[in-house]
Design a protein around this ligand. Sequence first.
Ligand SMILES: C[S@@+](CC[C@H](N)C(=O)[O-])C[C@H]1O[C@@H](n2cnc3c(N)ncnc32)[C@H](O)[C@@H]1O
Length: 262
Amino acid sequence: MDDAPFDADHVAANREHWNANADDWVASGERNWARAEPVWGIWGVPESELGMLPADMTGMDAVELGCGTGYVSAWMARRGATVTGIDASERQLATARRLAAEHRVPLTLVHGNAEATPFADASFDFAVSEYGAAIWCDPQVWIREAHRLLRPGGRLVFLGNHPLTTVCSPWDGSAMVRELIRPYFGMHATDWREVEVDPGGVEFNLPISDWFRLFRQVGFAVEDYLEPRPGDDAEGVAFYASADWARNWPCEQVWKLRKPAG
Ligand SMILES: C[S@@+](CC[C@H](N)C(=O)[O-])C[C@H]1O[C@@H](n2cnc3c(N)ncnc32)[C@H](O)[C@@H]1O
């Protein structure tokens, strides 16, 4: 196999991380494939609250950047889109391929790097990422790549963790606290490979003003920015956040962008 697309240090590290952990994501992938209506992020916020996807995607070409087990791709295909999912982890893609076959949902699933995809310029109407490229790819690279892939008038929608979660994460990798630990300004890559608690891969985020500047430089118009909150019935800890923390401060963000029509 040609490994060149995965050469960058963070891309190789994240591919290895996701290949090593793919088994842990099979059950949630199966649950999400079985859902008729999408729910999003670590708290399962309903699509009716966030409006991530067009209600009718008939005739649209859509791409999911970092598709994992492929359930977001499936939701788009069921709305009528012709869908391509790309992911760096061959083991995550194996789950996606199995579930696509079991659910009889036609998807094109590609093993590749969302920062440097093999797709032609202007080949999609809609691009999406939920905790895929949204957090595992370098924004300075993948946002430009998503812009290249979209047709004029096309939209990019993505959801990931909020920059405040990085600020409130202790250096040892333990769960978020109610204190400002890490610097907000200058935020870019956070390397979780060597932390004591629950080591992971390399994640990315930016200060909100830097996200805005990047979108402007690349040529995206911002249509909306959301800070999803857990529902009243949420409790306990989901991944990196407690329900109590997330009710008081934003732990996730959604950006909705449009490539101007011309
Ligand atoms: C959390 S999953 C996202 C899928 C799904 N929405 C979810 O939340 O489970 C993250 C995915 O991003 C993929 N990923 C990480 N870096 C990537 C890259 N450079 N290019 C493509 N996919 C990447 C991983 O392999 C993994 O399958």
